[in-house]
Design a protein around this ligand. Sequence first.
Ligand code: 8OZ
Length: 369
Amino acid sequence: MSHSESSVPALFTPFRIGDIAVSNRVVMAPLTRNRATHGNDAPNALNVEYYRQRAGAGLIISEATQISQQGQGYAWTPGLYTAEQVAGWKAVTDAVHAEGGKIVAQLWHVGRISHVSLQPDGQAPVAPSAIPAKGKTYIESGFADVSAPRALRLDELPGIVADYVRATEHAKAAGFDGIEIHAANGYLLDQFLRDGSNTREDAYGGSIENRARLTLEVVEAVTKVFPKGQVGIRLSPVTPANDAHDSDPQPLFDYLVAKLNEAGIAFIHVIEGATGGPRDFLPFDYGALRRAFKGAYIANNGYDRASAIDAVASDRADAVAFGRLFIANPDLVERLRRDAPLNAPEPSLFYGGDEKGYTDYPALSDKAA
Ligand code: 8OZ
């Protein structure tokens, strides 16, 4: 082996995530920023600039993007269910591709994590069961308790799957390189997976097989639109985010990942521990998921340069997703490669607002100038 090969950590080397060729294994995690256009929730020129700045990531996973108005739970998050939204996203994917980057759309239905003011005709949000989450959402007037949900009827579930399919068709039309199904962090698919939010007595509740059914139906349906090599999924086996809870997550996620492996999708993107919090929040064997899944394993949660390099070098992950560091460092890959200093993120500017705390974080080249 030559010196140059051995001196470049595998984190910075090209790879294939399913059928998506990436120039490095540093992934930009999906990040809710609440800066879509007010009134139509379409991406705008400011959003284009934000993603363009971050196109040095091997793969960008878009911020969570609702598949329908019913799937929205926060003010000013972007959608993928109208022509204006598709056109807005097309400008984003064009900008990322012009910089040599890759981007997949994260498809989102919030389920019970919503508020009547965001729902069609002010109706109750929908969920597997009529169990309110303990938690808050963010609406136009500020933070608010989530609204009590109603249980989805069995005959409504094909319509939910159809909304994922339509959003996937829109993602394709908008020029995305693929999609990530958001099945994490206590949103609709995660609500179905876990017994803390799913007490249904039909084919979608009770056993692990039944609780995983809707997620697997979505996977099967969307892989008829995008090839399976361009479809991934985000999971958070033990997170308490948005009041997520399951009495026995290991067999649940072992089963789900075995089925995802059979489906042959491109990647699983796993939040290890509590989302944005302790990695050891609850004991869980992530290595079991890694070994069970033959596609790419994207690791997330609390990684830094050293731990990301180590995770890929030791083959515990194929790629590592960074969230907060990508908010503050548009050129994160270059900074990690050079072991350069990092800008600190400003949490008060994460959600909503303008270019401040969004597109005004400097790149290294700005400082040199
Ligand atoms: C932060 C604020 C609002 C939503 C997630 C989509 O946790 C989110 C989200 C994060 O997956």
